[in-house]
Design a protein around this ligand. Structure first.
Ligand SMILES: [Zn+2]
Length: 306
């Protein structure tokens, strides 16, 4: 073989390697986009990830459609929030899927909220108070320190389920944590002007974001969790804000923003749409973009409210 031909043959086999997708070792079904994005970060080519919900769907309320049941049937691992966020649909989905590997308590069932400190844990649970989460507030994903904790636990779980690729998961995990800690330092510095700022929330979906940034939640628009506020309720909130003004009102991309927009009009505070998860806004393309975009939006609203 001439050197040129050898070179060409080499190129050909390289092309074959690149063209043949690596056989994924684990099929992962994520309940929400943030955990799908994290599984891709940590699993790389070893995982084949599908996501049960989009950023524009309310993760409390999802239909266990046949296509979703089929994905659950074939999954090696489900990665969900837990803390009762998916209580209205995940138990049904798991039951319908009939897949022993992913049932609660099995190693193929990963609940992110198990690995973080929960806020808003009620001292007593009264379902009459609306869609109250007995296990504490499940919307843990908007504190990047929680993402780091969940990442550590998820890396360990991937290694447990797919021991043959344990070293690859360790390497990806380390790389992710390093990039995440660098980003976290950048976000902490950037967020300094937000410290102590009073905000209103449409749903109690921002508890962990508020805790991380040291914001102060002075009002919640929903009269009970998951219950749309009426105009008369909004008027009460408006009255309470006279005594304790908010600088902005936050709502999640999946929510109907009208209550927040009502407040924007009547209390002259900016309504801020927060991506809430990966894909909730154009800029929130991955987990890093989610926090970059969230801070950009809060900072810009804080500036305009001066
Ligand atoms: Zn909720």
């Amino acid at each position: 073989m001439t050197p040129l031909k050898t070179f060409a043959a080499g190129l050909f086999s390289l092309a074959c390697l690149v063209a043949t997708p690596a056989h994924a070792a684990l099929r992962v079904l994520a309940c929400e986009p943030e955990w799908g994005a994290l599984a891709i970060e940590l699993g790389g080519p070893q995982v084949d990830v599908s996501v049960a919900t989009s950023a524009l769907q309310d993760p409390h309320q999802i239909q266990a459609k046949p296509s979703l049941i089929a994905k659950a049937r074939n999954a090696d691992l489900v990665v969900c929030t837990g803390a009762e966020l998916e209580i209205g649909w995940l138990p049904v989905l798991l039951q319908q899927a009939g897949n022993a590997k992913i049932q609660a308590g099995q190693s193929g069932n990963f609940a992110a909220a198990d690995f973080v400190r929960k806020l808003d844990v009620p001292t007593q649970v009264d379902r009459a108070q609306g869609d109250v989460h007995a296990a504490g507030n499940p919307h843990i994903q908007l504190d990047p320190r929680n993402i780091a904790l969940v990442a550590t636990a998820l890396t360990a779980r991937l290694q447990q389920l797919d021991g043959a690729n344990a070293a690859a998961y360790a390497g990806r995990g380390q790389d992710f944590q390093q990039r995440w800690q660098q980003a976290l330092a950048r976000w902490n510095a950037k967020a300094t002007p937000l410290k102590g700022m009073p905000v209103a929330s449409q749903h109690k979906a921002f508890t962990y974001l508020i805790d991380w940034l040291g914001l102060k939640e002075v009002a919640v628009l929903e009269p009970k969790p998951g219950v749309e506020p009426s105009v008369s309720h909004l008027q009460q909130v408006l009255a309470s804000l006279k005594a304790q003004p908010a600088r902005m009102v936050l709502y999640a991309a999946y929510q109907d923003g009208r209550p927040s927009e009502w407040l924007q009009k009547n209390a002259a505070v900016p309504a801020v749409k927060v991506a809430f998860t990966v894909g909730g806004t154009d800029a929130a393309k991955d987990l890093f973009g989610l926090f970059d975009d969230t801070l950009d939006r809060l900072l810009s609203a804080a500036g305009s409210a001066k």
